[in-house]
Design a protein around this ligand. Structure first.
Ligand code: CA
Length: 422
């Protein structure tokens, strides 16, 4: 559990996502320097390579401090949980109010603490594989009603396993990366034949993803009880979706080009250690899952989520407020199901939750649902309104946990939808 009384000598702005209890990991660079691992603290980035140079990580749990000079977090993550916990402990000691080890040395402080505004954030991990689940009962029901009618909304398998598909890790991008509206094949309900052109029904999906921290071998099965040993941390994820392309292509093998042109993630990976005290039980599961899918207690997290749209040159408007805890299937169950057939997982793999919709109309995690397939108008500030995304709209996802005056946040993932490249 986090020590909520711990305070840092580094100034932490009120309501910061990054107090000393959080310490999320990312990859950053500054002008003229190489990408390297950092940790967010308030409005600063802790340069782990400088700490390593100054021998702060010369401990048994970190056999190779060279990992703090790499351009991805994979080598560090591969060292395993003892190393993650040790780095967290060392940082909490060095940056706590009572420590003089760095604070007393102005030159060292300047080298170690870099203003976040001066940092460019990069993709934190090289992602070998990406699976996207479909784990929100509310989202699956809403989309099912729209695509197949009320009586066939949930497929017979849905409450027995976390439905998912393999996505494209190569098109996962970090927050701040703009994407073009995809071109593709669509067919309107009243058209005789499909046509080719820019997607007309561009959408976001409010998701979160977990990053694998410990690999398995082919044939190895991860139980729900052991799943947490294999998870490093979590990020926010916008799984951009072209609904018209999706609708025409998805039968019978599932999502394809309507999804894989871009998936955006937040740059800071928040560790499970930082999230531990925000654990809650997920929704009751009926029917009871099969034995290999038994859900451990407190298998999910109370993470408040919001989505904002910012039209070009205009103010941002909140269009959705949801919560990670609404998800029917937990990350423990997702990983257990992913590996039940012996499929291996690798360090850096990302497993996304699927759209996180809540029970109320203002908690739906996609424009498809918020506009109910274009039948309703979503009102924004400045007199703007939307049914789906327009060119040059920026979509921003934010998320944070808050309890007893403590806030552990994820920062944000944002991206602009550029016009199609024709
Ligand atoms: Ca998705």
């Amino acid at each position: 559990m986090n020590n909520t009384a711990l305070r840092s000598w580094v100034e932490i702005p009120e309501n910061s996502d990054f107090p000393i209890q959080n310490l999320p990991f990312g990859i950053f660079k500054t002008t003229g320097t190489e990408p390297r691992p950092g940790v967010a603290l308030g409005n600063m980035v802790i340069d782990l390579s400088v700490l390593a140079e100054n021998s702060f990580f010369d401990v048994a749990e970190i056999p190779d401090p060279g990992v703090f000079f790499e351009s991805t977090l994979n080598p560090f993550i591969a060292l395993g949980r003892p190393a993650w916990k040790k780095v967290r402990q060392i940082l909490q000691e060095l940056f706590s109010e009572s420590s003089e080890a760095i604070k007393g040395n102005a030159e060292l402080t300047d080298a170690i603490l870099i203003p976040m505004d001066n940092c460019e954030m990069l993709l934190p991990v090289e992602i070998p594989d990406y699976t996207d689940f479909y784990s929100s009962l509310e989202h699956a029901t809403n989309v099912g009603i729209m695509f197949r009618g009320k009586d066939n909304a949930l497929m017979p398998n849905w409450k027995h396993l976390p439905v998912g598909y393999h996505g494209r890790s190569g098109s996962i991008v970090v927050s701040g990366t703009d994407l073009h509206r995809p071109m593709g094949q669509t067919k309107a309900d009243d058209a005789d034949a499909p046509s080719y052109g820019p997607s007309k029904l561009m959408d976001f999906e409010l998701e979160m993803g977990f990053i694998v921290g410990k690999e398995t071998e082919l044939g190895e099965v991860v139980s729900t009880e052991n799943a947490r040993d294999h998870i490093f941390g979590m990020v926010l994820c916008n799984d951009w979706s072209a609904r018209d392309i999706q609708k025409w292509e998805y039968v019978p093998l599932g999502p394809f080009l309507g999804k894989n042109f871009g998936t955006s993630i937040s740059p800071w990976i928040v560790t499970l250690e930082a999230l531990e005290e925000f654990r809650v039980d997920g929704p009751a599961q009926d029917p009871k899952p099969l034995s290999y899918m038994k859900n451990p207690a407190k298998s999910t997290f109370d993470i408040q989520l919001e989505v904002l749209i910012q039209p070009e040159g205009k103010n941002e408007s909140i269009i959705c407020r949801s919560n990670f805890k609404h998800l029917y299937w937990s990350i423990d169950q997702q990983l257990a199901h992913q590996t039940v057939n012996g499929c291996n997982v690798r360090v850096g793999d990302m497993y996304a939750s699927g759209t996180i919709s809540g029970p109320t109309e203002d908690s739906y995690g996609s424009m498809l649902e918020l506009s109910w397939r274009g039948s309703k108008t979503i009102k924004l500030q400045d007199g703007e309104e939307r049914k789906f995304l327009k060119d040059n709209d920026t979509v921003i996802l934010r998320g944070y946990c808050e309890k007893d005056g403590q806030r552990i946040g994820f920062g944000e993932v944002s991206g602009k939808l550029l016009p199609a490249k024709q």
